[in-house]
Design a protein around this ligand. Structure first.
Ligand code: UDP
Ligand code: MG
Length: 383
């Protein structure tokens, strides 16, 4: 491994890549040279160069911090440590991770809340709709155990679905608490009327969202929710449902929250949601039916691995739609957003798509495939 770094301003990380074929995690040294946007990788176990210094347009300095997932030639690499002091000094404290929760009282407002989150400049690096058992809620809020509101708080937090999110931005912990506003929703409405709690909270307990209050709590709370995924199963019902993917390109445009809001406003119900970081093999497998049929197949595969995506289980427990897969397919609109804008301007792709590949969302085409696609994510890929 080479030592000196600071002179040429290169950044050095340890990264991990989950090798699906071998079912092991591989570790590399990952170097980024901002001057010419090149990267270089060393295999740490075999002590040899793994990727020679070369251009990589999918990696940018702003994406480099511990916890970030970067896409290198369709592989999703997780940066797990700073590998030298220069990198650590330059990049710690600039980016901070925090845990955001959408609480049960505001779950129907998850679209607008996630939209405010992106508008404030946060990157969402992990997200899952799940539920807290009473025991988990007690554990999560253990610092408040014994306080008069504790029992009430624990009952409320385990009363329905929540969305857990790992959020990152500069000074993320403080930024998120500022966006939330004061704990009491009434105080929020008087003192911070633009805040999330002012807009979506009810009272002092039912206050829409949670945010970590320090670096220590952020670490603890992020690993609480995302450290052992099996402890927090996704909410998928896998009944009378269809599958919607909000594509990486739409997320990068900051459209995810608006798309979620549009789906809910149309009367569809989102009964499960999770963020996925797709590997190329999975993306190819998922789009297999389009191979040889749609000319953009390979570009679709690459687009889906170019960053995180949200997968939503769409259903209609209230009975608004008899055939939810067919109704949702119509609401998504033609594959080509240009055509959608001409023929079906109210559809999701007309409103949020750019072109045939970056067309904002994927939805299941044939109602008979809807359950299979939903299961692919929520039963097979979801841990
Ligand atoms: N809470 C409550 N009554 C109170 C104070 C807090 O029910 O008098 C609830 C509320 O939901 C709050 C959570 O307990 O969000 C945690 O309280 P904390 O003081 O940590 O507020 P936060 O950090 O969430 O603003
Ligand atoms: Mg707190």
């Amino acid at each position: 491994m080479q030592a000196s770094s600071a002179q040429d301003g290169r950044y050095s990380f340890i990264c991990e890549w989950y090798d699906n074929n071998a079912a092991i995690i591989r570790r590399y040294q990952f170097l980024f040279y901002p001057n010419d946007n090149t990267i270089e990788m060393y295999d740490l176990k075999n002590r040899r160069q793994f990727l020679k210094r070369s251009q990589c347009n999918s990696v940018h300095l702003k994406d480099l911090y511990v916890g970030s997932i970067v896409n290198v030639h369709s592989r999703q690499l997780t940066l797990v440590e700073y590998a030298d002091d220069f990198t650590k000094r330059a990049l710690t404290n600039v980016k901070q991770k925090t845990l955001g929760l959408i609480k049960p009282d505001a779950i129907s407002k998850f679209g607008p809340i996630i939209d405010m989150t992106y508008k404030q400049g946060f990157v969402v690096t992990n997200a899952k709709m799940t539920r807290l058992t009473r025991g988990q809620a007690e554990e999560f809020y253990r610092e408040h155990s014994g306080k008069p509101f504790y029992n009430n708080l624990v009952s409320f937090m385990s009363s329905g679905p929540i969305v857990a999110m790992e959020l990152i931005t500069n000074n993320g912990i403080g930024e998120w608490r500022t966006l939330l506003g004061p704990t009491d929703s009434a105080t929020a409405r008087s003192d911070a009327p633009g805040s999330i709690r002012a807009k979506f909270g009810t009272d002092n307990t039912r206050n829409a969202c949670h945010g970590s209050d320090s670096m220590e709590s952020a670490d603890r709370e992020i690993s609480f929710f995302f450290g052992q995924p099996a402890a927090f199963p996704n909410n998928a019902s896998l009944r009378d449902c269809t599958c919607c993917i909000i594509k990486p390109s739409a997320i990068k445009e900051g459209l995810a929250g608006q798309i979620m809001t549009a789906i809910c406003n149309e009367g569809f119900e989102v009964t499960a949601m999770e963020m996925f970081h797709m590997e190329k093999a999975n993306s190819e497998e998922f789009f297999e039916v389009y191979k040889g049929v749609v000319t953009e197949y390979m570009e679709m595969v690459d687009e889906l691995t170019s960053g995180a995506c949200y997968v939503l289980e769409i259903s209609s427990p209230s009975g608004k739609f008899d055939n939810v897969a067919k109704a949702f397919r119509e609401f998504v609109g033609p594959a080509d957003p240009e055509i959608a804008r001409t023929l079906r301007p109210r559809t999701l792709r007309a409103r949020f798509g750019v072109n045939k590949v970056n067309n904002a969302v994927h939805c299941t085409d044939l109602p008979e495939d809807a359950l299979l696609e939903t299961e692919y994510f929520f039963r097979i890929l979801s841990q």
